[in-house]
Design a protein around this ligand. Sequence first.
Ligand code: HEC
Length: 144
Amino acid sequence: MLILLLAACSESPAPGDDPRASPRDAAKVALGAKVYAQSCASCHGANLEGQPDWKHRLPNGRLPAPPHDDNGHTWHHADHVLFAIVKNGLVPPYATPGYESDMPAFGGKLSDEEMWAVLAFIKSRWSGEVLLLRTEIFGNISGK
Ligand code: HEC
C-alpha cells in the first residue's frame, strides 16, 4: 500500500503548477506563443479573448471557445488538467462520457513539449493576482 502511494506521488510531483509549463521560462513561452498562434488563436482569439458571447451555447448546443486570459476559467484548472484537455480534448475524466465539444485533441498533432509550452505562454499572460490565487488554490508554485 505504501509503495503504491509513493508510486502515485512520484507521478504527479506538482499539485497545480508544473515546471514544464513555467511562465518564467522565456524559451518555452516563445515556443508556446508560436504554437498558440498556429493552433489555438483561430478559436480562442489572437489575444486570448475567446469567441464572442462565449458563455452562451451555440445553436448546435455546443459551447464557444472561452478566453484563456484572466476573464476565462482556464486558470481555475491545475496544469496537469489543462495538459490532458489539450492532449485528449474534453473527454473523461474531465468531461462526462459522450460530451460534445468543438475543442480538438492535439495529441498526435503537437508534441508534449509544444503542449506544455503553449500552457507556459497562456500562463505568462495571467495577472499577478491570478497567479497568486492559483498559489492559494493549488499550493506552492514549483516552476519558479
Ligand atoms: C476549433 C476550435 C478550437 C481550437 C483550434 C482550439 N480550441 Fe480549445 N476549446 C475550444 C472550445 C469550443 C472549448 C470549450 C469546449 C467546451 O467547454 O465544451 C475549448 C476549451 C479549451 C480548454 C478548456 C478551458 C476550460 O477552462 O475549461 C483548454 C485548456 C483549451 N481549449 C486549450 C486550447 C489550446 C491550448 C489550443 C491550441 C493548442 C486550443 N484550445 C485550440 C475550441 C478550440
